[in-house]
Write a new protein. Structure first.
Length: 280
């Protein structure tokens, strides 16, 4: 009976802690939404896909000319990630690409369920800052090969993002390419001379190399493992628990999905409870 009482008491504490956390996240979001409502006079611009493209094509072109990411790719990702700018994350947090908080993030946070309950997302002062951060997010080792592509090669960029583990959906390249071709987003992509390409690559790769020592701090989301998750053990393995996906395990250990699958000789994205995965 005594043991049963202790277990019941422990369960109650867990429920109360979870409830307190949820209230804290809800209070935070209400503050963010209140500030956004004030800044927008309680009136948000409603976009359709065409008006979204018209609104943000200039900043996408600006980012392309700076770093070499095709404007068509940036626009297609923004449309898919933000629901053409109409998601709560885009409206209240100015976050158009679903970029999450990391340990070095010093800005405000907005919480919503994603890979886990109450995942932490970055809040930007405006959409332009979100587009800039999207470019910075891609300037790391796992995506570095993409910057060797021509900045108007949207098809190779779409395939490369999937190869690098940006998305687990096997149809992600098709979603991007179909969006680009349906709305002729390729018209915003621009070619560059060989001399311009070499200069851009030198500049971007210098930034990527500078980022490498800080990649874990700069790019690993601060989300925590699901309740009950076992820590990585000395032999470099991790045991799958309820709530895990191949995608969030890969992110947790700073791997791409393809790298995780290769480590474990996997041919599909399916995992099961209790499965032991190599993570290093």
């Amino acid at each position: 009976m005594h043991s049963s009482y202790r277990l019941s008491f422990l369960f109650l504490l867990i429920v109360l802690a979870s409830s307190c956390s949820s209230r804290k996240f809800s209070k935070n979001n209400k503050q963010i939404e209140k500030a956004a409502n004030k800044a927008n006079n309680n009136s948000y611009k409603s976009y359709n896909t065409l008006s979204y493209i018209d609104e943000f094509k200039a900043v996408a072109i600006e980012e392309m000319n700076s770093d070499g990411i095709p404007a068509s790719i940036t626009l297609a990702q923004g449309i898919l990630e933000s629901g053409s700018g109409n998601s709560d994350l885009a409206k209240y947090a100015n976050n158009h690409f679903g970029i999450k908080c990391t340990s070095d993030w010093r800005g405000k946070n907005y919480f919503r369920d994603d890979d886990q309950k109450n995942d932490c997302f970055r809040v930007y002062k405006d959409a332009r800052e979100s587009f800039r951060d999207h470019s910075e997010f891609l300037k790391r080792k796992r995506y570095s090969f993409l910057f060797q592509l021509d900045k108007n090669d949207y098809k190779s960029w779409a395939q490369g993002l999937k190869t690098a583990g940006y998305a687990t959906n096997p149809k992600y390249p098709d979603l991007l390419i179909n969006m680009i071709e349906k709305y002729q987003l390729y018209q915003y992509d621009q070619s560059e001379s060989e001399k311009q390409k070499i200069a851009r690559e030198d500049r971007v790769f210098a930034e990527i190399n500078q980022n490498i020592p800080q990649e874990k701090k700069k790019f690993t989301p601060v989300d925590t493992p699901p309740p009950g998750a076992k820590p990585i053990i000395a032999d470099g393995t991790y045991t799958v628990v309820k709530g895990d996906t191949l995608y969030n395990i890969a992110k947790r250990f700073n791997l791409s999905v393809d790298e995780l699958k290769m480590l474990n000789e996997m041919t599909t994205d399916g995992i099961k409870l209790g499965q032991v995965l190599k993570v290093k």
